[in-house]
Ligand binder design. Structure first.
Ligand code: SF4
Ligand code: SF4
Length: 161
């Protein structure tokens, strides 16, 4: 299915999420890289050595949730837009996501947007908390959004209305 649609199944997604206890402790990277490709900016960008690919650049990256600080440096560096940060420490009802977003115009803080799942289907309302677009991100802005906790494993993107 994934080979045909490019949409990861729930089972695949769950292999990339750390345990909920880790998510609730604070921000952590979810690295949704599912196929062997010759790529490694995530590994080289991480200042803490939390992402390992190893000797073979084709290997699938592995993130150590106990080393990852959730700093977010890797998010804008991934050419596949495969990395997001999840943070369940802010509230019992919501989760914060930091995701790469390369569409224009960029949203504004406080804006209500439509949350999308991995297939691009609308699933929820999301609130934009912040938009970061410094020169060091090299034209890959990163948007922080607040989403209801029930969509933790489904939310992946958003669209403006
Ligand atoms: S969020 Fe920061 S610490 Fe975690 S994997 Fe990415 S760059 Fe490394
Ligand atoms: S930079 Fe992105 S696409 Fe490349 S290996 Fe890392 S997670 Fe995968």
């Amino acid at each position: 299915m994934f080979e045909k649609t490019g949409v990861a199944s729930r089972e695949m997604v769950m292999t990339k999420f750390p345990p909920i206890e880790r998510i609730n402790r604070g921000p952590v990277a979810v690295v949704e890289c599912y196929q062997k490709i010759p790529c490694n900016p995530c590994q080289t960008a991480c200042p803490f050595g939390a992402i390992r690919i190893g000797e073979d650049i084709n290997e699938i990256p592995c993130r150590d949730e106990n080393v990852c600080t959730g700093c977010g440096v890797c998010v804008a560096k991934c050419p596949g837009l495969s990395i997001m940060i999840v943070d369940g420490s802010k509230s019992a009802e919501t989760v914060e996501f930091r995701i790469p977003y390369e569409f224009l115009p960029l949203p504004e803080s406080g804006e209500k947007v439509t949350g999308l799942d991995r297939a691009g289907k609308p699933i929820c309302e999301a609130k934009v908390i912040r938009v970061m677009n410094p020169a060091s991100f090299d034209r890959t802005p990163v948007v922080t959004l607040e989403v209801s906790r029930e969509y933790l494993y489904d939310f992946r993107n958003f669209r403006r209305e």
